[in-house]
Structure formats: structure tokens, C-alpha cells
Design a protein around this ligand. Structure first.
Ligand code: 6GU
Length: 232
């Protein structure tokens, strides 16, 4: 998988991609992440990348020319499965969408800034608009980092333990069950007996029940339209 990201603040993205899972995916050659500074495409002598909106609205908009030139030149190099605009008024990101996008070969992400981008680019060039939740970030960069992280961990081979990504919260529509590690008793706090029993069937059943109970308590919305009995 290759991800290209267009931004006016490339420095915001260097940290998240040089640690942990994304770093590992890149080092293993399983993913490429290319962060592009929009300023490099600006033909303006001051390398301007913003412009005032038509009308009476306050604030600035990402300038048309550098953004459109950047997209066009990247698209000349390869076909993108999606051109994604990160924006608070986009589709709220869910695991199902991440799973679907993780099958992509090439993705292009555009980080919004200021008041956003020209609507004509959204109408004619962008193919998918994504928000990461109902709150306002200063720009799309952190959202692009979130989406990239969620995608990269699903690329086969990136996570060592192949079953691990599939047991994440949300992958089966439930929150993950609680986890425990050694020692079996610490500070007077005991690990649930069943986990020490060695009975794998009983442990599986307990974990399923815990996942369901936790989901019912914390995120009942996830259970709507689902049978609420385990295994039903
Ligand atoms: Cl994608 N961008 C911005 N600026 N704010 C957000 C967001 C995106 N998703 C949630 N809040």
C-alpha cells in the first residue's frame, strides 16, 4: 500500500510515522508513506498556499493552484483508489471503512487547513471525505495520521501476530474484553480464576461474555440491530 499526503504542515506528520507500527510497516517495505509540502507546488513568489474566500466569510481557504497542481502531478504518476479529504464534515470514520480502505493499493490524502478547500475540488476531484469525530482539530494532519495508523496495522505482515489486529475492539463489532498479565496476584488484586484454569474453551467463553458485557455497558449503540445473546 502507498499513501501520499498533501499538507501545508509536513512537520506535524513526521513523528507519527517514525515510530511503532507505521515505522515497522515502512521498514518492512509493506507500506510507503509520502508526505508532500503543498508549498513546493505554489507558483506564487511568496509560496502562498492560502487565499481569501469569495463572499463575506471570515478566514482563509487553501489556495486552488498549488493543491490542484499537486493532485494532478501525483495522479499522473499512478492511479489512486481514493482521493480522501480529511474534514470535520466528512463521513465519520469507523472500522468497517478502515477495513475496506486497507485493501487499497494507492491512497491520496488531503489535509484541510484554514476554512478548508475550494468546493469545486471536493465536487470534482475528491472521492471520499472523512472525519475522525465530532470535535474540531486545527487541521487535517492529525486525522490523516489517525487514518494512516488504522490502515497500516491492517496491511498483512505489518503486525507480527497475525491474529492480533482481528481481535481489536470493533473488529467483531464489540469492544475488546479486559486483559491481564503476570503476576496472578498483585497488591492483593487477583486475576479472574478462569484465566488461570488452562481451560481454553472456558476462557474463550468468558472473554466473549466480557466483551459483550463491556459493549452493553459502554457502547450499547454498537449492539443495536444485533442479537444480544452470545453465539445466538
Ligand atoms: Cl478530518 N479535520 C479537522 N480539521 N477536524 C476534525 C477532523 C478532521 N475530524 C474531526 N475533527
Amino acid at each position: 500500500m502507498r499513501i501520499d499526503i498533501l499538507t501545508v504542515l509536513p512537520g506535524l506528520l513526521s513523528g507519527p510515522f517514525s515510530e511503532s507500527i507505521v515505522k515497522r510497516g515502512i521498514e518492512k517495505g509493506l507500506v510507503e508513506v509520502h508526505v508532500h509540502d503543498l508549498r513546493n507546488w505554489s507558483t506564487n513568489k511568496h509560496k502562498k498556499v492560502d487565499d481569501a474566500p469569495f463572499g463575506t466569510a471570515a478566514g482563509m481557504v487553501l489556495a486552488m493552484q498549488p493543491l490542484h497542481d499537486a493532485i494532478t502531478s501525483l495522479q499522473a504518476e499512478r492511479d489512486y483508489d481514493e482521493v480522501i479529504f480529511l474534514t470535520p464534515d466528512g463521513e465519520q470514520l469507523k472500522q468497517g471503512r478502515v477495513n475496506q480502505l486497507s485493501l487499497s493499493g494507492n491512497l491520496l490524502m488531503i489535509c484541510g487547513h484554514y476554512k478548508g478547500i475550494d468546493q469545486r475540488l471536493r465536487d470534482h476531484v475528491v472521492t471520499l471525505e472523512i472525519s475522525i469525530g465530532d470535535y474540531v482539530l486545527s487541521g487535517g494532519e492529525l486525522a490523516a495520521a489517525v487514518l494512516t495508523d488504522a490502515l497500516v496495522r491492517l496491511v498483512p505482515g505489518v503486525i507480527g501476530d497475525e491474529t492480533s489486529a482481528l481481535s481489536d475492539s470493533f473488529q467483531d463489532g464489540l469492544l475488546a474484553p479486559p486483559v491481564y498479565t503476570r503476576p496472578a496476584e498483585y497488591n492483593g488484586w487477583r486475576v479472574p480464576d478462569v484465566l488461570l484454569s488452562g481451560n481454553h474453551a472456558a476462557i474463550d467463553q468468558w472473554q466473549e461474555e466480557q466483551a459483550l458485557a463491556r459493549t452493553r455497558e459502554r457502547r450499547p449503540d454498537l449492539l443495536e440491530g444485533k442479537d444480544s445473546e452470545p453465539g445466538a
